[in-house]
Design a protein around this ligand. Structure first.
Ligand SMILES: Nc1ncnc2c1ncn2[C@@H]1O[C@H](COP(=O)(O)OP(=O)(O)OP(=O)(O)O)[C@@H](O)[C@H]1O
Ligand SMILES: [Mg+2]
Length: 329
């Protein structure tokens, strides 16, 4: 579990003060995959750096797995730091060491015996699917393989938290998907809590249970994915499932219908047209089929010029199907 309460951090630069974190409160539940998105300079890296104590907040507290990491020092701090492993955009592997030796290094620093290091590194490399490349140097590995070594190194010392700062940004889309799926699998198998930052909405859609949007050092929105998607006016929801521009005003009613955990959006729309006798037009749709085969996303529908009663009937019908409906115009 990760808990930030009222955390602030200001950097003093020649250009003036930068409020990198401005009263940030955030809670990541045990075993959850939590994604943070936001533009460059929003404070995402600073936030994650307070969680592994690379950055000390000016005020507020950061608790990781019961330890108030923002207030610890010396040996206690070093111990607490071991609760969180971190992966990076550019992998940060030592080029002079093999995959196996890179993973062992993390344990060397932790003071693990040579035999235990070897055993644990072999075990964790197998878990990330890299047993056959254990003797390879970073230069001999693909980007995806390098990140798997990065993940193995981060998890070698059995942390309860995995932190990821843009870990898939340097990878192509297919490799990104496989690394994300690996993170999800490990999170489920090992009960890992994952806090990741990304600028890619696809990353959030693919693996996150919850997400937050950051801007100018503040958290603007946060919550479980299905809750965010059904929050009227949510910016994260709009960015996750983009529906494009509205058509010119033509006397019609435009609604956004949010599907969460549906097997398909089509029958509902077809039935709306048939049962209500409305020629509904689909203006846009952004759907994602998630790992369990269900669909999540939004569809923008245009209901032709109709009486208020007909529109109301259509809205009630959709809501009776368990869908979240927002009248856009
Ligand atoms: N050590 C530092 N000294 C001075 N300013 C800093 C320092 N670290 C971060 N900042 C500033 O704090 C703000 C937040 O930086 P941060 O790296 O957390 O942003 P970010 O959201 O991770 O951005 P990006 O998406 O570009 O990685 C920025 O304005 C940055 O310039
Ligand atoms: Mg950053």
């Amino acid at each position: 579990m990760i808990d930030l309460v009222d955390v602030s951090k200001t950097f003093r630069t020649p250009g003036g003060e930068v409020h990198a974190l401005d009263h940030v409160s955030l809670r990541v539940e045990p075993g959850e995959i939590f994604g943070i998105v936001g533009q460059s300079g929003a404070g995402k890296s600073t936030l994650i750096r307070t969680v592994n104590a690379l950055e000390k907040p000016d005020s507020g507290t950061v608790t990781v797995d019961g330890a108030v990491i923002s207030e610890l020092k010396g040996k206690e701090l070093r111990e607490a730091r071991r609760r969180a492993g971190m992966i990076f955009q550019h992998f940060n592997l030592l080029s002079s060491r093999t995959a196996q030796a890179n993973v062992e290094l993390a344990l060397e620093i932790a003071g693990t015996s040579r035999a235990d290091r070897r055993h644990r590194a072999t075990e964790i490399l197998e878990l990330v699917g890299l047993s056959d490349r254990a003797g390879a140097y970073p230069a001999q590995l693909s980007g995806g393989q390098k990140q798997r070594v990065g993940i193995a190194r981060a998890l070698a010392d059995n942390p309860s938290v995995l932190l990821s700062d843009e870990a898939t940004s340097a990878l192509d889309p297919e490799t990104t998907r496989s690394v994300l799926d690996l993170i999800r699998r490990l999170s489920r198998e090992l009960g890992l809590t994952v806090l990741l930052i990304t600028h890619e909405m696809d990353v959030i859609k693919r693996i996150c249970d919850s997400a937050a949007l950051m801007e100018h050092g503040r958290i603007l929105e946060h919550g479980p994915m299905d809750q965010l998607l059904t929050t009227p006016g949510s910016r994260l929801a709009a960015e996750l499932f983009q529906l494009g521009e509205l058509p010119p005003e033509r006397g019609t009613t435009i609604i956004d219908v949010t599907f969460t955990k549906q097997t398909s959006s089509e029958p509902v729309i077809a039935r709306l047209a048939r049962d209500q006798g409305l020629d509904v037009a689909i203006l846009g749709a952004a759907m994602e089929t998630i790992h369990d085969g269900t669909q999540t996303g939004r569809t923008r529908l245009e209901i032709p010029a109709a009486t208020g009663d007909q529109v109301e009937a259509a809205l009630s019908y959709l809501r009776s199907q368990g869908l979240f409906v927002e009248v856009v115009r």
